[in-house]
Design a protein around this ligand. Sequence first.
Ligand code: SF4
Length: 98
Amino acid sequence: MEEFGVTRTDMAPMDQVQRIPVTEVFIDIYDPTICLNRCVNKPCTYFCPTQVYQWQDNQVVINQDRCVECGASVMGCPYGNIDWKYPPGGTGVVIKHG
Ligand code: SF4
């Protein structure tokens, strides 16, 4: 794939990408009252590329099954209000090398 004059050869073919279901909560909101009362534009609902976060019934609803572990949550929330960790070892997105 060529983009911006750079040829990408390091993208994993989909047969090398696997999702192992995660049963533990690895994404949470520290203080939902900040979302409700202080955060005006709810940017988490649009900065996440896979739409993990949705605003419903005056709260952030998290669909962590959609997470591709890009880490945007940690950087994007203006209040540092998202508690995001990698899923427990051996689960989540796994890219096989070799
Ligand atoms: S961006 Fe952060 S503070 Fe704003 S609604 Fe989302 S989680 Fe809450």
